[in-house]
Design a protein. Structure first.
Length: 276
């Protein structure tokens, strides 16, 4: 994903951000603001991004109405304080129960399980296409925003043509995530790929080999752990180094003494539920 594409993606999620906010989201700190100046200015000149105000200026996608009250605090997006969150076997099990009792996640997870068990293989592109749609809609991976770069037909063909894909997902081969994420080389589908593999591995094969990466985890992992930055996570994503990300999650769960079954999946649920 190019720097300009990253800026547009961030603005889609956050409505408006300062140059410093964008730099922090991409590189992990605001010291790299100058690194994105050319890309940001280029987007403004092309009319893709709108700049408003000064000291600081706020950037938003053209055509997106941003409402900011006079009393609102200007500055970075406010994130939840996680300092009181306790990561333990007990708290993860408590949150897991709450997650499965939600009105949407519980029934949708059961639906995904039923569908994957009825259509377990990933060698028929028609069946793969249906599963892509199911996982995309229930997990809000927003594949439609990449429609100009990759079609459902092409993505289904790419996934179904991966050699020995089912056997490799069953044993948790991390390279499958990278292959799906790289897709046709025009777009990075890292988040979707991690979820596609995770659901098959967990719900179909009852294993826990894959860690999911999404916006919530990317934003909040650095708030839980002081040895990781959003910039480092982005580097793993940009370089298609899923194994490094997956190994990092395993390492942190070991450090915290997390021994519950399906601990990677439950940790994802813990972070999502606390900060959704």
């Amino acid at each position: 994903m190019s720097q300009k594409e990253m800026i547009v993606s961030l603005l889609k999620s956050n409505e408006s951000m300062t140059q410093g906010d964008l730099a922090a989201a991409i590189y992990g700190d605001k010291n790299h603001s100058s690194n994105i100046y050319a890309s940001l200015t280029g987007l403004v000149k092309k009319g893709i991004v709108l700049r408003t105000g000064s000291s600081p200026s706020y950037y938003s996608l053209t055509g997106v109405k941003v409402i900011r009250s006079e009393n609102s605090v200007r500055g970075p997006k406010k994130y939840r304080d996680v300092s009181d969150d306790v990561i333990s076997n007990e708290t993860m099990e408590e949150i897991e129960l709450l997650v499965h009792n939600t009105e949407n996640y519980g029934p949708e997870n059961e639906l995904i399980t039923r569908c994957l068990r009825k259509f377990p293989e990933n060698t028929d592109p028609d069946i793969v296409a249906m599963k892509i749609g199911l996982i995309d809609i229930t997990n809000s991976t927003h594949l439609s925003q990449h429609k100009s770069k990759i079609s459902m037909v092409e993505l289904a063909d790419i996934i179904s043509s991966i050699p020995d894909i089912d056997a490799r997902i069953a044993i948790g081969d991390p390279e499958i995530v990278n292959k799906i994420a790289k897709s046709n080389g025009k777009v990075n589908l890292f988040s979707f790929a991690s979820k596609y593999c995770c659901y098959h591995n967990r719900n179909l094969y009852e294993r826990d080999d894959y860690s999911i990466l999404d916006t919530v985890l990317k934003e909040y992992l650095p708030r839980y752990f002081d040895d990781i930055t959003r910039g480092q996570i982005q580097k793993w994503q940009d370089s298609f180094n899923y194994q490094a990300y997956n190994d990092y999650i395993s390492k942190k769960l070991d450090e915290y003494g997390i021994t519950v079954s399906y601990r990677k999946r439950k940790f994802d649920h813990f972070v999502w539920y606390k900060n959704r």
